[in-house]
Design a protein around this ligand. Sequence first.
Ligand code: 13P
Length: 246
Amino acid sequence: MKYFIGNWKMFGVPKSINILKKINSFTAKDKIRNKYRIIITPPYTLLESFAKKFKSKKVLIGSQNCYHKDLFSSNTSAISPFMIRSVGVKYTLIGHSDNRAEGDSDDMLRDKVKYALKNNLKVIFCIGENKFQKKNNQTFKVLKNQLNNALEKKINHNNIIIAYEPIWSIGTGRIPNHNELLKTIIYIKDILRKIFKKTPAVLYGGSVDANNVDMLSQIKELDGFLIGGASKSSKKFIDIIKNYYR
Ligand code: 13P
């Protein structure tokens, strides 16, 4: 099973549901639709309406984040995993580099993962090194720490997906080369095997588009993609899927 996950970030108003409708009609007719799963993460404002509309459809809905506490609390503007699950959402991203940059610490991320899973949300956990760390050959160390600090042995590996998103690649049009990416994905899977005994799905994210997905599709160790910019257009998103299987 391959994942094509679209992260809308700060994009979308109610009528943007048309993008999802187009993606859904493509998938519903696609003969190989059982080979992949599509998840879109719109902003909080659209979660409930989209989740209702796409209940039992091919396109699944996820949140972009959640707070590191459960149920209710007195933290202004915070939204807990419990609240997200209560509107019919089944997935959440956690640890996106945008949120790490805003202050999400390893401790907070560990709690986010814990409470998301407790509330029956499947977690798409994001990791990735920045330009400086890459230049200084710290990539593996950074990834290992990010995984070990947030993921606990007792987690069911089926409820977690890892998205490797090198920060220097997000929104820049630059992607790692084939060997570099292959080595990194194998390394991530090794670390995960040490934690869980089995390996959850591992995705790549960062400037994925309909052109470079060809090269990326040659890395069979990859279980899918986390797509930012190109997920805001139904055509670009569908073209990524089409080109992946071409
Ligand atoms: P881009 O595909 O726009 O580089 O974004 C990647 C990303 O951050 C998805 O979470």
